[in-house]
Write a protein that binds this ligand. Structure first.
Ligand code: SAM
Ligand code: SF4
Length: 306
């Protein structure tokens, strides 16, 4: 299955301390994907055999575009019957009053970001914890598939196990943990870096992660993280599937191999668009990110036993 991330906007209602948009790695703008160009998007998806799309941001469910995004999801699903439409969101705008809209839109998977179930910790890192927890509960009660993403920083390492157990008990289908990415030039005023933890702390964290990831059959991803963080080995060539099985479409229609790639392959609104059928690996993994969802799609270090 080929799939695309579609960045709808870069605005959101949180101010997460480590966010790419707050550390200077990416620039927040007011631009929003033009929903009226849905036909061109569908033509592009069909032409390139893409049958899964993941709407992200910023927050594609930001109150300024909440209804528009969900109408767009409905239209996409009715124009392409086999299209899987997922959403990644902080979920802070989902509540009892609008849950029916989400059900109507028939989003396939909701990825919700929450770094800890400890309100104080998550409020510090992301904000709006109670709203996020309520939204997770509400979606699950309404039979919507929820998966969560927790970013690991030095501030939530002691709560990884509790967060995993609590979310699992709530009915979350998959609980993803990904280490924080902070640019080397970032001064890290909140001491979030996990590379700076002392050996005892990092060993404890990895013992906990090992159990959790093995429980979820994510053994290979565990060994990858172990190499990067525990053994501090450099990994240059990794197939995280970005650029191969997955691409990114930006608000203005530009296509790149991954979120961190400056090299624009083309624009979906361009009449003469001719993208190569194989885009080529992005090769950013480990250097610029420990890619979102890499754990799922990671298939090994090229030319190395894994
Ligand atoms: C950029 S956000 C966009 C979607 C939505 N705003 C959210 O927070 O879920 C996508 C995911 O990237 C994660 N993320 C943001 N900055 C990150 C960083 N510096 N390192 C690792 N993950 C990060 C977020 O926590 C979220 O799970
Ligand atoms: S909600 Fe998402 S986009 Fe907004 S600051 Fe947090 S991680 Fe960044």
């Amino acid at each position: 299955m080929l799939s695309a991330f579609l960045i709808i906007n870069s605005l959101c209602s949180n101010h997460c301390k480590y966010c790419f948009y707050n550390t200077g790695h990416l620039k927040r703008t007011s631009s929003v994907f033009d929903f009226s160009k849905i036909k061109k998007l569908i033509t592009f998806l069909k032409e390139y055999g893409i049958n899964e799309i993941c709407l992200t941001g910023g927050d594609c469910l930001h109150k300024s575009i909440f209804n528009k995004t969900l109408s767009f999801v409905k239209k996409m699903k009715s124009s392409m019957k086999n299209l899987k439409v997922n959403i990644i969101s902080s979920a802070v705008n989902i509540n009892e009053k609008n849950i029916y809209r989400l059900k109507e839109a028939k989003v396939d998977v909701f990825f919700i970001s929450i770094d800890s179930v400890n309100v104080k910790t998550n409020d510090f890192l992301r904000g709006n914890t109670i709203k996020t927890l309520k939204a997770i509960k509400l979606l699950i009660e309404n039979n919507v598939e929820v998966r969560t993403i927790s970013v690991i920083t030095a501030k939530n390492i002691h709560e990884v196990r509790r967060t995993y157990d609590t979310l699992k008990k709530m009915g979350v289908k998959e609980i993803i943990f990904q280490p924080v990415f902070l640019p080397l030039t970032y001064s890290d005023p909140f001491n979030l870096r996990i590379d700076n933890l002392d050996r005892i702390q990092i060993k404890k964290l990895f013992l906990c992660l090992r159990n959790i990831l093995l429980e979820q059959n994510k053994e290979r991803y565990y060994y990858l993280l172990e190499k990067l963080y525990l053994k501090q080995e450099t990994i240059n060539s990794i197939n995280c599937f970005m650029g191969n099985k997955k691409i990114v479409i930006h608000q203005n229609g530009n296509v790149t191999r991954c979120f961190h790639d400056q090299n624009v392959l083309g624009n979906i609104f361009d009449k003469n668009l001719r993208l190569p059928l194989k885009f080529g690996f992005c090769n950013n993994f480990g250097k610029k990110c420990v890619s979102l969802f890499a754990e799922k799609y990671y298939c090994g270090v090229r030319n190395e036993r894994n």
